[in-house]
Design a protein around this ligand. Sequence first.
Ligand SMILES: Cc1cc2nc3c(=O)[nH]c(=O)nc-3n(C[C@H](O)[C@H](O)[C@H](O)COP(=O)(O)O)c2cc1C
Length: 494
Amino acid sequence: MRAPKKTPATRGRAAKPSALVPAARLNERVTLEAHAQGGLAACFDGFTVELGRFSAKAIERALALDAGLPIASFASARSAVDKEIALLVKRLAYSGLLEYRLARSRGGKDLIVIEPQMADYWPQVAALKATDTIALSRFAYLRRRGNDMVLESPRSKALFKICDPKVAATIAMLSTPHKVGKLRQEHGALAFALLGLLFDCNMLFKVDAESAGLRLAEGDGALVVWDFHDLLFHIQATEGRQATPAGGRYPYIGLIPPPPAVRAPWGGEAIDLQPFTAGPEEAPSPFALLLRERHSTREFDDAHPITIAELARFLDRAARVQWKWTSPLDFGDGSVGPDIDYTRRPYPSAGSAYELELYLLVAHCDGLARGLYHYDADRHALVAIEARAQDIETQMTSAQFAMDASAPPQILVTIAARFDRISWKYSGIAYSLILKDVGVLLQTLYLTATDLGLGGCAIGLSNLDLFARMTGQDFYREGPVGLFALGRGAKVGD
Ligand SMILES: Cc1cc2nc3c(=O)[nH]c(=O)nc-3n(C[C@H](O)[C@H](O)[C@H](O)COP(=O)(O)O)c2cc1C
């Protein structure tokens, strides 16, 4: 945990320090409860998070977190009580229970409040030079949320609640590049501190004289290929980079009745298809039987785990590269572009892009050590990737939780997308094509597992941050878009 660095530009200039140093305070819905023998717990939405034991003095100080404590005080904590408070604040921050107030109006109203979206966010004021030219990220957007105006970005670890329209106007001005020195002169020290915080969150970026356009100036080649709505959808449809609770939460219960399983019929004449359908005497084809047999399996037989031979057959039939070819890009008007490589695989893929990769977290497989592997679909080989045991455990536990199962799956297949492979061709629809490709691949994995006498289950919610940590890649380069639990199904009644 680090406090914001003092920069030459912030040092010794006007402005009241209390207004410029972010203060940590408890999130609105959180209360602290002290228990016997110094135990402290955070309570919210009916949940309790134990925070550990603290001295009576520290507990007394902790109550000030309702109003806010300047974060600079934690970095320089010297006394035993200060150190205890610093530890408490760190624990609260990592549980997502803190927010940071940057400034208050003279009347005591909040002007800017920072809400972390990731557990490891800690406010840092980036050191910007007066000569730097900055612009607003093309991924940043201001929107109304309830009665608030919030500034968000799928690239940011935090969102900023902007309670003062003047601050919103300053941010809007940054749609064109501006010199930092001039901004500071015209908008004062508060705006300057805000710029540093926004820059740290990738809401702003530096533009230099050689920049060949704003889109190319921001980030690297892997970021350039993302459209705004695609990256936003990706972050909001997964866990790990946003704090809004996702998943089966039934948010409209009591407001709207549950929609029916089957659509209400249209009023027109119905043509009964039953007489045209094969009669009971006609034997169903093996494929029709396979489709009927397919079902989701959430409990696995850990006494007889899947073997490496079964896994090899599964991957060979469902996902292996069958052949490859190269052809020049044909624009259809006689002109050609660069040569493009293609592959043929067992399932269809939009534009023959085959942007989906399989990563296998192996917990129980006869003949294969526990760990993370990439399936090299071209060489038909598993390549080990070093991942932290704790991250593997977290991913497995969350899969178990998502399936409401009594144990983790034997193998968890993560379907990850190489975003550039598909976005290089398709504008506007790239992410939607990826999700359609995932659906097609999931059914292929289901049917192949069924055919081999194995069991599997799709899982809807993946965690971007966890995958990025395990593979060491930027979340926008290659990221999880689907999960499939695989193994030998437990016999019903086991
Ligand atoms: C995209 C997708 C996401 C799913 N996510 C989950 C999940 O998170 N947890 C779970 O237990 N089942 C999940 N399932 C499995 C469905 O619950 C299951 O397919 C459905 O209940 C029909 O049952 P069946 O597959 O046995 O025919 C998912 C299925 C799909 C296709």
